[in-house]
Design a binder for this molecule. Sequence first.
Ligand SMILES: Nc1ncnc2c1ncn2[C@@H]1O[C@H](COP(=O)(O)OP(=O)(O)OP(=O)(O)O)[C@@H](O)[C@H]1O
Length: 332
Amino acid sequence: MDDSNTILEVSHISKTFRSKNIFGRTTSEVSAVNDVSFRLQKQRTFGIVGESGCGKSTLARLVLRLIEADGGRVMYQGHNLLALGGEELRKLRRDIQMVFQDPFSSLNPSMTLLDNVAFPLWVNGTSKQDGRIAAHRYLEAVGIPRSSAERYPQSLSGGQRQRVAIARALVLEPKIVIADEAVSALDKSIQAQALNLFHELQQDFRLSMIFISHDLHVVELMSDTVMVMYLGMVVEVASVEDVYAQPYHPYTQALFKSTPSMDVTHKKLDGFKLSGELPSPLNPPSGCRFRTRCPMAMETCAEHMPELIEVGDGHTVACHLYGEADVARRAI
Ligand SMILES: Nc1ncnc2c1ncn2[C@@H]1O[C@H](COP(=O)(O)OP(=O)(O)OP(=O)(O)O)[C@@H](O)[C@H]1O
């Protein structure tokens, strides 16, 4: 992989949420993100997919320092964001903006659309007037007409509100946008429009994106590279073409099999449908966390956590089914 094309590098990042009782004793621990590493390439989209609760949102929040990691590094422009503070962190973090699933959480209902979009600029010292001029530009870029600028968020449809939330994220001219289930709450037809908008904006503003979704179709449409997560762990990373043509990990295969329309387009796939509940992250299975739902599980799966190994060009999988010998055989 070409390092000069990497805009953001996340290395060995982990987060365990701990609940404490009134005496300060830890009563429960949720291992939400466990030793996750990945690289985001310039002007590309890195998709993150997995069932609800697998740690996708926590990972995004760790990258942005909305919550503090237990360890690891997030390298951006030669700095580890996790080790920075104060003005330096504030300046670099401006380059990374997030779009959330529920635009209500990021829009202020007592402000007009224009002021909602201008607000991040005002906070960063731009004058009222200049902020509003810029906000008009970004509202137009996301397809909200000038005539709607003085309306309030609650008078808009879900799709329009999400457009405003996107304008609000873009107004600070970020280099990276993290979209966390940003289209999940929208109807299918509106969802397609929002995905097109993301594509257009990515070109126009030369954005690099991390696109998080539980929806395999959305991730396929948006991503260049895909990372599949299960219970806080990375199980597979590959180009979108490779992972959708031949997923290796039993969990990835099962995700495809369990998504009806995917099963139609990927009929030849091996694998089984997902059954059983996601185990509690309070007490994850030893070794491979997927082993309790995996019909191919072997003794070693309970004893050793599999490491990510390369099974193809830039295609890595964390599964004991694929040992070194197997990879070598495939290469012949
Ligand atoms: N602040 C918190 N305190 C305790 N546990 C948390 C907290 N935030 C998340 N978790 C737990 O961490 C795990 C990962 O949650 P996370 O929201 O990151 O998953 P997700 O894949 O984004 O799922 P979803 O799409 O449903 O949000 C879950 O078990 C969740 O309950």
